[in-house]
Design a protein around this ligand. Structure first.
Ligand SMILES: *Cc1c(COP(=O)(O)O)cnc(C)c1O
Length: 362
């Protein structure tokens, strides 16, 4: 039997009653943009993550872009980020005309290496932009210390890590600004595009509200050129349903991950969850030097799996001339990683099938 990497039809069936009701309520209200659902969701996400302000936007990419705009990031200024991430992290920097500076990762966590960040800081650096890749928080304590010492701004790309935490603190509350994506494949997901920025700085929250809505603070008074980037009411209503179950959803992912990790111990390198870190397994990503052959083997057995990410950003055409340090670990990692099926609705039988398929290769 085929095992899919992600199955959103099962998810909808599971929440159908609640979601249908929530959608019907919005449809009957006649209000679709910047209404009560979005406002409620902003408050609920903010409370969940332990931040002070939440601003819903049209996507995770926009959350990043508008965050950097709110900081008045300008051409000539530099943003330090990993190369081993989804392209949107770097695109947001490019939209502002600023320069992405790529640094290498820790090969065991796949997250940005704080020592390499320190080496990359120049007088032009304004922002450090770590990604909580695959659901594991980046080393925020080390990065926050660096940011404070060097007077830099810390922005979290938390697109893959809703509900993850570091010690007692949830991602979304660990930087000056934090950016979430609600793309359908993410841990907290809409059925279309959506995103949110969290912050504890009132000035930035206000600026973001203006930027997402054509530079408007009061109706028809435009203080700046803004954007059309709102989270719509239908998506917000769906997200409020899922948010009510997010701890259970993430716990299901963690249970699958634990079963995999027990089975694969000593066979392949399994994801690391360092002491004090709470991983939410947006992806379950293993590492082996036989990656390509394993991928072929699993595809033959109809096991949905994917390489995130096969080509690091510093090797992509738009970013190949950007400043960067050594990319040794990033390039090696891109050749060795493979993400296996993981989602809250995998059956024990499917998990077993994936395990047997991987073990049969070795
Ligand atoms: C998904 C993702 C984004 C972009 O989010 P969209 O909602 O698709 O625009 C940004 N950064 C990372 C790390 C992501 O995984």
């Amino acid at each position: 039997m085929a095992v899919q990497q992600l199955d959103l039809r099962r998810e909808y069936q599971h929440f159908k009653k609640e979601i249908d009701q929530a959608l019907a309520k919005v449809l009957a209200s006649g209000r679709f943009i910047l209404g009560e659902e979005g406002l409620s969701l902003e408050g609920e996400v903010t409370a969940y993550c332990g931040a002070d302000y939440g601003v819903g936007v049209a996507s995770g990419t926009d959350a990043l872009h508008l965050s950097l705009r709110a900081l008045d990031l300008k051409p000539g200024q530099e943003v330090i980020l990993p190369s081993f991430t989804f392209i949107a992290t770097a695109e947001a920097v490019a939209y502002c005309g600023a320069t992405p500076v790529f640094v290498d990762i820790d090969p065991h966590t796949f997250n940005i290496d704080p020592n390499k960040v320190e080496e990359a800081i120049t007088p032009k650096t304004r922002v450090i932009l770590p990604v909580h890749l695959f659901g594991l928080p980046a080393p925020m304590k080390e990065l926050a210390e660096l940011a404070e010492m060097k007077e830099l701004i810390l922005v979290e790309d938390a697109a893959q890590a809703f509900g993850a935490s570091l010690g007692e603190e949830k991602v979304g509350s660990l930087g000056d600004l934090a950016c979430f994506s609600f793309f359908p494949t993410k841990n907290l997901n809409a059925y279309g595009d959506g995103g949110m920025v969290l912050t504890s700085r009132e000035d930035l929250a206000q600026r973001l509200r203006s930027l997402r809505n054509h530079g408007t603070m009061e109706r028809y008074l435009h203080r700046e050129v803004g954007f059309n980037s709102r989270l719509d009411e239908l998506q917000a209503a769906i997200l409020r349903v899922k948010l009510g179950h997010i701890d259970w959803l993430n716990a299901q992912r963690r249970a699958v991950a634990q079963t995999y990790s027990r089975a694969f111990k000593g066979v392949v390198e399994v994801p690391l969850e360092p002491q004090g870190y709470h991983h939410v397994y947006h992806q379950y990503t293993i590492r082996t030097c036989h990656r390509d052959a394993l991928l072929f083997h699993l595809q033959e057995k109809d096991i949905g799996c994917q390489v995130y990410y096969p080509i690091p950003l510093h090797m992509q055409k738009p970013f190949k001339d950007c400043p960067r340090g050594s990319m040794e670990e990033t390039e090696k990692t891109a050749r060795e990683v493979l993400s296996l099926p993981i989602h809250p609705f995998l059956t024990p039988g499917e998990v077993e099938e994936v395990i047997q398929a991987v073990l049969s290769f070795f």
